[in-house]
Design a protein around this ligand. Structure first.
Ligand SMILES: C[S@@+](CC[C@H](N)C(=O)[O-])C[C@H]1O[C@@H](n2cnc3c(N)ncnc32)[C@H](O)[C@@H]1O
Length: 266
């Protein structure tokens, strides 16, 4: 079937990952914002499909007067909410179309987020420019070399700065991307770090995600000079029935879908 996506687990380089994901997120951005924009809210900070809201969770603490960077910001809903809390929040994303949505929402809400195109693995900012760096299901699982992205976060943070990020919970990598009970089956090893890759009929990579275990993430944070301060595994809230890809109430009742790390530099 022409144009069919063929998913597999296979190795993929950083260059292929970036090229594929930039193209994929550019193409998917309109549908993504149409599908999830209401749940995310134009000025709102949702960490994950479970709906953990920074307004209550306060993972980043008091941000008033702080320089904050959102990595993999999409349409920058989170950074926009942080600006209403007094933060000097800015965003960065790989996909220009996502940033066009950010500018559209800036115009619609009047809350403007300065946002630039770039990659988490080469942040276009000077050393020690931020008090907080965070990513809500942004870049961390979309890069080949997560250690490099974590080190970049450390570089642009000031000593004592906060780094927090949410990713697909590593245990979910053992299962198919199916939110129903049919997806409650272990089909691959937790320790298999081979990336998830989609490719077209010509074998060209069109999308890639990279898996690390909980231990890998802790090791990467320690190696970059971070002290882990929290690992949240949000429970699926009662009455929350919104399905988002592989996340939904059926599996959410039994297993975590998100890992939310927080750490301090030094
Ligand atoms: C699931 S969205 C999350 C965005 C936002 N937090 C939200 O909830 O809508 C993932 C975002 O990460 C971006 N992304 C993927 N790889 C990236 C990279 N290497 N550097 C920066 N952003 C990246 C994508 O373009 C996309 O906008």
């Amino acid at each position: 079937m022409p144009g069919a996506v063929q998913p597999s687990r296979r190795t993929v380089s950083e260059a292929e990952t970036q090229r594929a994901n930039r193209r994929d997120w550019d193409a998917y951005a309109d549908e993504y914002q149409a599908t999830h924009g209401t749940f995310l809210r134009d000025v709102g900070f949702v960490w994950c499909p479970e709906g953990v809201d920074e307004a209550e969770a306060r993972v980043l603490g008091d941000v008033a007067g702080r320089d904050v960077l959102e990595v993999g910001c999409g349409a920058a809903q989170c950074a926009r909410w942080l600006r209403t809390q007094g933060a000097r929040a800015v965003g960065l994303d790989l996909a220009e179309r996502q940033l066009q949505h950010a500018r559209r929402i800036d115009d619609e809400t009047g809350v403007r987020v300065p946002a630039v195109a770039g990659t988490a693995t080469a942040l276009p900012f000077a050393d020690a420019s931020f008090d907080v760096v965070f990513s809500a299901f942004g870049a961390l699982q979309f890069v080949y070399d997560a250690g490099h992205a974590v080190a970049e976060a450390a570089r642009v943070l000031r000593p004592g700065g906060t780094f927090a990020f949410s990713v697909t919970h590593p245990v979910r990598w053992t299962m198919p991307d199916d939110p129903t009970s049919a997806g409650l089956v272990v089909t691959s090893s937790y320790w298999d770090r081979t990336p998830y890759v989609e490719q077209d009929d010509d074998g060209r990579v069109t999308y890639a995600e990279h898996h690390r275990t909980l231990g890998d993430w802790v090791g990467l944070l320690a190696a970059a000079g971070f002290r882990l301060t929290g690992l949240r595994e949000p429970e699926w809230p009662a009455g929350h029935d919104r399905v988002w890809g592989g996340w939904g109430p059926e599996r959410g009742r039994l297993l975590p879908g998100t890992a939310l790390f927080s750490a301090v530099l030094g």
